[in-house]
Design a protein around this ligand. Structure first.
Ligand code: AMP
Ligand code: MG
Length: 321
């Protein structure tokens, strides 16, 4: 019998983020294999180093198509599909702007407007040219760059879940720097904290209780700099080239797959609360929790999780059924 009262936690730092694996068996070797798997995908997808499959595509911009491995091709195809939805705030070709802003890295400052205007011309997702026959990707303009930073963690969290399942693990949790994916239900449900924006590590607005679901949060407090009293954060609006500016401090998505959570947080961010809730009415598989600057916690619906508010600075709006 599996003892679900004894949790074994394993941690590492990968993809520049703290990674936490929770299991109900003491299996150091399995944890090591999971961390190796994460590193394998990081090595394929990163744009924060000179070499990876995605960087091979970027280095060949304006020169030639690059063949990539099937998982990388499939992920790029998925990212392009999300990027070319009508008026999408998600854009896999946002790379030149992300690099220019350097938000959260040394030397970040507001770029001159003419730089942003020029770089915007290099970010059309329709110009990420895919060839299904040989699984190659071509960026026709020199300077174009793919950036999968908004979905890599979600994608990898799902791969970890699949791997654990294959290894016969029925209950477990992987937290990739805020992207949480879970297997099964330990004694009761998994309890996941919802971070309090701009507060010390560990401060929570409330908790979500879930089973067999992913929880992904994207927040403006994760990476930002302040200049002249204005906060410039790391989620850029592909339509303007500047950080998305609306009523939101964070968006959390509860979904089966973490990749969906990772894509939808960005899509929702771009829509704002009202349009986002209207859009989600047609998607019962995707549920959102919005945290606004005016300290409201708004649930689009809560059929697949239970939310408990812990911080009285915040007001809860929406169903808690
Ligand atoms: P996330 O933490 O999942 O919200 O992803 C944020 C990261 O995605 C940023 O650090 C950038 O690398 C990248 N990014 C920023 N803005 C966008 C955007 N509009 N669409 C896609 N990726 C973006
Ligand atoms: Mg994301």
């Amino acid at each position: 019998m599996l003892d679900t009262t004894k949790v074994y936690s394993y941690s590492a730092v990968l993809m520049g983020s703290p990674i936490l694996l929770k299991l109900f068996v003491n299996d150091e070797a399995l944890a090591a294999r999971v961390f190796r798997l994460i590193k394998h995908y990081e090595d394929l997808l990163t744009v924060n180093r000179a070499q990876s499959q995605v960087m091979d595509i970027n280095h060949a911009a304006g020169k030639h198509p690059v063949r990539v491995s099937s998982p990388v091709y499939a992920l790029i195809k998925c990212a392009k599909a999300a990027s070319t939805l009508p008026n999408s705030a998600f854009n896999l070709a946002i790379g030149p702007l992300v690099k220019r802003w350097r938000i959260g890295f040394r030397g970040d400052s507001v770029p001159p407007a003419e730089d942003i205007a020029r770089l915007l011309t290099l970010t059309n997702p329709q110009q990420v040219l895919l060839n299904d026959v040989d699984e190659s990707v071509y960026l026709p303009l020199p300077g174009m760059e793919i950036d999968l930073g908004a979905i890599a963690k979600g994608y990898i969290a799902d791969r970890v879940r699949d791997y654990l399942r294959k290894e016969g693990v029925e209950q477990g949790l992987i937290n990739l720097g805020g992207n949480v994916q879970t297997l099964g239900t330990p004694a009761g449900l998994w309890s996941i904290g919802l971070k309090k924006p701009f507060s010390q590590a560990g401060a929570m607005i409330g908790t979500l209780e879930i089973a067999d679901k992913s929880v992904v949060t994207s927040g403006v407090y994760e990476r930002y700099f302040a200049q002249n009293g204005h906060i410039y954060h790391h989620i850029l609006d592909p339509r303007t080239g500047y950080p998305l500016d609306n009523e939101l401090d964070s968006v959390t998505i509860v979904s089966a797959d973490s990749i969906d959570g990772d894509i939808w947080t960005t899509l929702m961010y771009g829509m704002g609360v009202e349009k986002a809730c209207a859009t989600l009415r047609a998607r019962p598989d995707i549920e959102a929790i919005f945290v606004t600057k005016s300290k409201e916690v708004i649930l689009s619906s809560s059929h697949h999780y239970r939310f408990t508010l812990l911080d009285n600075d915040y007001r809860l709006i929406g169903s808690t059924v």
